[in-house]
Design a protein around this ligand. Structure first.
Ligand code: ADP
Ligand code: MG
Length: 287
């Protein structure tokens, strides 16, 4: 190819903005009985960015996260991952797409009696197919890589310990190592620090930021502490009753903006109050 530009030089592909990692268009989730888990949500989340979803219990954070990896299908609207709509995807294509999306949870989701290393190895199950029981059932390259991820989260020395003997913060780091073994391009985290003491919570927040920077990983996480959200996020999206009520970049954010965020997530709507009441009565009847 010659390098002489014609009268209308074409933009090189590198100069084009990358597709957003995640796109939601008009996404509504109707749970029936007038409850909208999500209500007409439009969002574009940039590749490599960290977005924190803020909102009270019942505001729709988990529902939104579950739409991003196809665990929920919207009643209306579309969710796209790297420009590909999830609607109608099934079989191998959906599995491949899901493998690129790691997820961590408030309760870590580890198998307690299993060793730390084997828990991390289970992150490769989607790629390997078929059940594996016992560390030696995993190929050596998987075990070696699992150890590298454990080292990255600072727990290589715990590899052969039972997972349920670790502290909460350590268990969450194991869950992150397991997600990394999936080689995700997107990591979803649903209240990852809600069960942790402040010191362990801050360590997890630091770790999430570090892996996003090092791997170009796009992170979307639900949190309810505004201070942690502002520490971690490039962008905060506030939800109330399934609607986006604010959407701000954190760079250059003033104390006044932060105060407004506190204000707008602090007062529950009727739907959120009902969800809270339901949670309390469910807890009371199960105890
Ligand atoms: N599977 C479901 N069936 C019915 N209602 C649901 C379901 N999941 C969530 N909801 C309702 O949707 C709303 C949002 O819930 P959720 O996304 O769990 O909020 P958050 O994660 O912010 O606490 C709440 O009113 C909740 O009760
Ligand atoms: Mg939730």
């Amino acid at each position: 190819m010659t390098s002489s530009p014609g009268p209308h030089p074409r933009t090189t592909p590198a100069a084009l903005p990358a597709d957003p990692a995640l796109t939601l268009r008009g996404v509504t989730k109707d749970f029936g009985k007038g409850v909208k888990g999500l209500d007409d949500v439009d969002l574009d989340l940039a590749q490599g960015s960290i977005t924190v979803l803020l909102g009270l219990s019942g505001s729709g954070k988990s529902t939104l996260l579950r739409h991003l990896n196809g665990l929920h299908t919207p009643t209306h609207g579309t969710v796209s991952v790297f420009g590909e709509s999830l609607r109608g995807l099934s079989g191998p294509r959906l599995r491949t797409l899901r493998r690129g999306i790691g997820m961590i949870f408030q309760d870590y989701g580890l198998v307690g009696p299993m060793s730390v290393l084997e828990n991390v190895c289970t992150g490769a199950l989607g790629e390997l197919r078929g059940p594996r029981i016992g560390l030696l059932m995993y190929p050596k390259r998987v075990r070696r890589e699992a150890l590298q991820h454990l080292d990255r989260v600072g727990l290589a020395d715990r590899a052969h310990q039972r997972a349920d003997t670790l502290s909460g913060g350590q268990q969450q780091r194991v869950a992150i190592a397991r997600a990394l073994l999936q080689h995700p391009r997107i990591l979803l985290a649903d209240e990852p620090v809600a069960s942790l003491d402040p010191v362990s919570a801050a360590q997890i927040i630091d770790l999430l930021r570090r892996i996003s920077e090092e791997d170009g990983l796009t992170i979307v996480t639900a949190l309810h502490q505004v201070e942690l959200a502002l520490d971690l996020a490039d962008r905060v999206v506030g939800l109330r009753s399934g609607k986006v009520v604010f959407d701000r970049q954190t760079a250059g954010m003033s104390a006044r903006d932060a105060a407004e965020i506190y204000e707008s997530v602090a007062t529950p709507t009727t739907q959120e109050l009902e969800a809270l009441t339901d949670m309390h009565s469910a807890a009371a009847s199960s105890s």
